[in-house]
Ligand binder design. Sequence first.
Ligand SMILES: *[C@@H]1O[C@H](CO)[C@@H](O)[C@H](O)[C@H]1NC(C)=O
Ligand SMILES: *[C@@H]1O[C@H](CO)[C@@H](O)[C@H](O)[C@H]1NC(C)=O
Length: 400
Amino acid sequence: MRMPAKIFLALGAVTLGSLLMHYGGRRRGSGERVPSDDGAPCSRPAAGGKAKRTDVTFLKTHKTAGSTVQNILFRFAERNGLTVALPKQQCGHHFCYPKTFSANFVHPHTLPPNIIGNHLRFDAGELRRVAPPRAVYVTILREPAAMFESLFTYYGQRCQSFRRVPGGSPGAFLERPLRYYRPQDKNSNYARNTLTHDLGGDKDRPAADAAYARAFAARVERVFSLVMIAEHFDESLVLLRRLLSWDADDLVYVKLNVRTAASKRCLSPGLAGKVRAWNWIDAHLYDHFNASLWRQLAAVGSACVARELRLLRAAQERLYRSCFGGRRPLLSSAGEIRNKELRPWQPSARVGILGYDLPGNLSRPFSGRELCLRVVMPEIQYTGILLRSQSARYRRNHQR
Ligand SMILES: *[C@@H]1O[C@H](CO)[C@@H](O)[C@H](O)[C@H]1NC(C)=O
Ligand SMILES: *[C@@H]1O[C@H](CO)[C@@H](O)[C@H](O)[C@H]1NC(C)=O
């Protein structure tokens, strides 16, 4: 199948540039002394001085830019010789999702880990059996309507609840969801309160139970030090960098797992309310943690956040210069990507997932080449590479 030549990058449309303008135009709180310029102070230095934290458990949720965060963590682990917990072969590239996580799903050659970042359904007790005691817990959420559209399209063929819908219309599904949805269906986890399910909650709790949603958000808040928000990805990275004391260069990224324009639909504005009613626990979680993200950013201070965003942008530009000839890398359909290691997995013939190739003339050996390859590497290939290298290391260590 030919992909359209012209590809629009809607998911990545929030550029750092527009965020900086947003901050430039924002009124500063009365508590701030210094105008937003390059010398603006940050109350607590983000990095430098403090040792970088190396133990991170990232709950990778579905269709939320989680692959992009996972890629950041994988690269950090590789560069610093850390161990990433990886699934046993019989689980695939995730920890036997949608089953609830069990310590038995982890490949023994990847224990004890520093980083956990592959898909799993959260279980605090089982994760504590595997993760280091001082691990920082992080996850990411996405706005419910956008997330529903993405799930509906991506899993349209694999989720029975969606397959039953005549004409594959998200509007028809949302009109009478209970006509199509069965909790016991295979992959029903993609059809209702997917974030709640991934976080270990009860996706099928009756909507009258508002206390459940509040209690569940509180439970998530107790475990997770940071809940990122996909719509405010770079601001979320600012908080992540402060939490982990990493360098800006540790957080560079290229958006992964993006769909072709032809594989996206527009949900009419009226449908957003229906999505929220159907995925009401997710909607509550999202509102709760988006508000909490912005409270945390306000506490950091707008001048400091703007400065941090500039540091991230500068690091990002260094990446583009050394890997992609100074430009943002171009998205390509899988068939157009010469390097097989860089071809993303395609969920079905009806959905095109885009990836990246490295510039053909990037052959001269320079120190960043490995980084360039990794930063655009899809998760399945990267998981395989990490498992091979960590297994080899495990065998070396255990021969002695
Ligand atoms: C998140 O909250 C902020 C602050 O209240 C708001 O400006 C923003 O629109 C919210 N984001 C989304 C995607 O709803
Ligand atoms: C690779 O080719 C592009 C376009 O032909 C050019 O702009 C770029 O500078 C080249 N990069 C290298 C590293 O030679």
